[in-house]
Write a protein that binds this ligand. Sequence first.
Ligand code: 5GP
Length: 138
Amino acid sequence: MTYDPANIFAKILRGEIPAHKVYEDETALVMMDIFPQSRGHTLVIPKSASRNLLDADPAVLSAVMPLVQRVATAAKAATDADGIRVAQFNEAAAGQTVYHLHFHVIPMFEGVEMGAHGRNQADNDELAALAGKIAAQL
Ligand code: 5GP
C-alpha cells in the first residue's frame, strides 16, 4: 500500500481545501471532523506523509502523541465531556476511510451513544465555534 498525495487530508494540509483549524505547528494540524461522531470530534493530523500508523516514522509518532494528549484535555474542557475516546484506524478493514495518518479525539458524554462514523455533516458555524473553544483551551 502506497501513500496517495491526492487524499483529502493532504489537500487540506496544502491549503487546497478549507478546514476548521484548531491548531497548527510545523509537525501537525488539528481540525474539527466535518462528520463528527460527537460534539467536539477533533482530528490530529501529522504533516509528515504516511498512510497510517503502520508506515509512520516512529519519530513522528513520538512528536505527535503529546499533542494528542493536549487536544484530548482541551476538547474535554471545551465541551465539558465526561470522557474522551482516542481512535485511529489502519486500512479499510479496520474502518479507515482517509489514507493519511490521523488520530480521532472524540468527547464522550454520559448516556449519549457515539454517532456513526463519517456519516452526518455538522453545521459550519457550530464547527467554527467548537474549533475556537478547543483552541482557547490548548
Ligand atoms: P478514518 O475513517 O480514515 O479514520 O477517518 C476519516 C475522518 O475524516 C472521518 O471521521 C470523516 O468524518 C473525516 N472527514 C472526511 N472528509 C473530511 C473533510 O473533508 N474534512 C474534515 N475536516 N474531515 C473529513
